[in-house]
Design a protein around this ligand. Structure first.
Ligand code: NAD
Ligand code: MG
Length: 396
């Protein structure tokens, strides 16, 4: 591949986006930020544009585009500012782009990420919701368009590193017994069960090991994040849900493991810093400096493991049920969860009510095969509407 490689960062102003730009800036001879996108934080995007000098910037709408131009003053006259989903898809599929970091949060990332896949790009996938929603459609598009899909989620990146290169032949064929997905257990792993009802968004977003966006932080606190990751792992590695086991590992040092038929268990370890999987995927199959400090096992001292408690974390059970149901169940789960998380962050429902809302939407929506993107978007919209109706009835 030519150097420097041109990278589109979808969701550049977010936690993953900023970590990606940090790694890119360490290797100007290898990587250049070709396009940066941001949604609401236009000031931050302007700063990032001045620093990384991309060819394109994409914002939410025409008004935000004018604001970005104003903020830049006369600076960066060659920068092209685009807007909306159309702009996102254009920079994801642009012929001059070598790789796309898909780091928009939630369903909003589906179309742009698919646009990168359909253009046959190297796609670094952080936006797990896109894959969870569209599942077979997404993976079919990867195969049909010869895209290269590299997982950024630390667990899936770890699994990818522990699997042989020919794993797409099938897990059984390459001698894998099961995948062990590690989970920190989040901030409420040991909170008294009767205190969970009262926990605040600020407490939910204070993750013990990782610093992340608010949506994924709440998902980590409810363990819906692990549920979405279970579904993500099934698609990425052609695993059955029963082949993926969740293990709570509070230190977040082992990022996941692969258990082989001969009794070997391979794990990937490292400090909990997303720059490691980002650097791994950017440079794969080479290795580059990421800025992450060396792991100090002696300072860590011990690694602990526990079974997940589904009474405490009903979202994990709901996600496993959706994974087993297949078809549209995961899209329904994801949409209901996005509404539930926003309602919790907005103070409309309590922490424990998130799983009640999601279960109600899953119960109300039939499970059907997923056949087209339009259908997935419709399912997403219908499930959100059901969730909103639930909120009107039971929310504050
Ligand atoms: P974040 O909230 O920090 O950033 C989200 C980004 O998406 C921002 O750039 C925002 O401008 C953009 N965005 C939000 N809504 C949008 C919309 N409607 N249209 C276009 N752009 C929009 O989130 P994050 O923590 O960086 O997570 C991003 C994705 O990566 C999520 O899917 C998350 O699950 C996944 N992920 C994150 C981490 C992490 O450590 N943060 C780890 C693993 C996976
Ligand atoms: Mg993860």
């Amino acid at each position: 591949m030519r150097h420097p490689q041109r990278i589109t960062v979808l969701g550049a102003t977010g936690s993953i986006g900023l970590s990606t730009l940090d790694v890119i800036a360490r290797h100007p001879e290898r990587y250049h930020a070709f396009a940066l996108t941001g949604f609401s934080r236009v000031e931050e995007l302007a700063q990032l544009c001045l620093r990384h000098r991309p060819r394109f910037a994409v914002v939410a709408d025409a008004q935000a585009a004018r604001r970005l131009r104003d903020l830049l003053g006369g600076g960066l006259p060659a920068l092209e500012v685009l807007s909306g989903e159309e702009g996102l898809c254009a920079v994801a599929a642009h012929p001059d782009v070598d790789a796309v970091m898909a780091a928009i949060v939630g369903a909003a990332g589906l179309r742009p990420t698919l646009a990168a896949v359909e253009a046959g790009k190297k796609v670094l996938l952080a936006n797990k919701e896109a894959l969870v929603m569209s599942g077979a459609l997404f993976m079919d598009a990867v195969r049909r368009h010869g895209a290269q899909l590299l997982p950024i989620d630390s667990e899936h990146n770890a699994i990818f590193q522990c699997l042989p290169l020919d794993y797409p032949r099938g897990l059984q064929q390459v001698g894998v017994r099961r995948i062990l997905l590690t989970a920190s257990g989040g901030p409420f792993r040991e909170t008294a069960l009767d205190a969970l009802e009262q926990v605040t968004p600020e407490q939910a977003c204070a993750h013990p090991n990782w610093s992340m966006g608010r949506k994924i932080s709440v998902d980590s606190a409810s363990m819906m994040n692990k549920g979405l990751e279970l579904i993500e792992a099934c698609w990425l590695f052609a695993a059955r849900p029963a082949q993926v086991e969740v293990v709570v590992h509070p230190q977040s040092v082992i990022h996941s493991l692969v258990d082989y038929l001969d009794g070997s268990v391979l794990a990937q370890l490292g400090n909990p810093d997303m720059r490691t999987p980002i650097a791994h995927a950017l440079a794969w199959p080479e290795r580059i400096e990421s800025g992450v400090s060396a792991l100090d096992l002696l300072a860590i001292g011990r690694l602990d493991f526990q079974a997940p408690d589904e009474r405490r974390f009903p979202c994990l059970r709901l996600a496993r049920q959706a994974a087993e149901a297949g078809g549209s169940a995961a899209a329904t789960l994801n949409a209901a969860n996005e509404v539930a998380v926003a309602a919790f962050l907005g103070g409309r429902i309590g922490f424990l009510e998130m799983s009640v809302l999601i279960a109600a939407v899953l119960d109300a929506q039939p499970v059907v095969p997923v056949v087209s993107l339009e259908q997935v978007m419709q399912l997403d919209a219908d499930s959100r509407a059901l969730a909103m109706r639930w909120l009107e009835r039971y929310g504050r």
